[in-house]
Design a protein around this ligand. Structure first.
Ligand SMILES: C[S@@+](CC[C@H](N)C(=O)[O-])C[C@H]1O[C@@H](n2cnc3c(N)ncnc32)[C@H](O)[C@@H]1O
Length: 213
């Protein structure tokens, strides 16, 4: 997005609170790939979507520094819970204190491990809202694992579905497994009659998916 437009949007939407702002800065300072964190605009959108959906049970695939987890948790009503999953165990030392130190800590369950394995093992069912933001090579597997666990009428939000614009390149190198993964997911989803879907060109592309009744 054009920098001036992004700045204009930032100055005309809710600010991120000081805690989130500090987490974002710490993410950029201390972590490699800090750009993976959602940030101000997408964070406010995630909170707003959560407010709109009013879920009781949310799962997030890909916690990283915890920025999006805190935005999802901020949108939850009392008694609702977010389970967030991070496969990279070395991330825990950074992320857990930020999640546990937040005013939304009691709504968040942080799990270290592969979401593809842990969610079925935990038997999570009747999920109202899922945020897919983990390994781009496995988006279709994440989706197929989640779909039977979703409540009818529930929502899946998939991040990075325009993947820096690579999805519209004519030729994708066979070694570029992330672009291939996102393209396969988008192509599969376009034909999937089990759900309604729309791609929103926010940041790197956010696909909103509703599980049909
Ligand atoms: C783009 S980052 C997540 C950013 C975060 N959701 C945010 O918006 O602030 C993706 C994260 O997913 C994690 N990840 C990748 N594959 C995973 C899996 N199978 N299960 C859980 N986490 C995974 C990566 O280690 C990485 O930290």
């Amino acid at each position: 997005m054009d920098n001036a437009i992004e700045e204009y949007i930032r100055s005309h939407i809710d600010p991120e609170d000081d805690y989130l702002h500090r987490l974002y800065r710490d993410t950029q300072l201390r972590l490699s790939y800090g750009q993976m964190a959602s940030g101000h605009v997408q964070g406010r959108l995630l909170k707003m979507l959560t407010r709109m959906i009013r879920p009781k049970l949310v799962v997030e695939l890909g916690t990283f520094s915890g920025y999006s987890a805190l935005c999802l948790a901020e949108g939850l009503e009392d008694g609702a819970v977010l389970h967030t999953f991070e496969v990279y165990d070395e991330q825990e030392d950074f992320t857990r204190p930020w999640l546990e130190g937040s005013k939304y800590a009691d709504r968040i369950r942080f799990h270290i491990g592969d979401a593809l394995q842990l969610i079925p093992e935990m038997g999570l069912q009747d999920i109202d809202m899922a945020f897919i933001d983990a390994d781009k090579r496995h988006y279709t597997e994440f989706y197929e694992m989640l779909l039977p666990r979703m409540r009818k009428g529930g929502f899946i939000v998939a991040d990075n579905t325009l993947w820096y614009g690579h999805v519209v390149e004519n030729e994708t190198r066979q070694s570029d497994l992330q672009t291939l993964g996102i393209k396969a997911f988008n192509d599969m989803l376009a034909k999937d009659q089990r759900v309604e879907k729309v791609i929103v060109p926010v940041r790197d592309g956010l696909t909103l998916i509703r599980v049909k009744d």
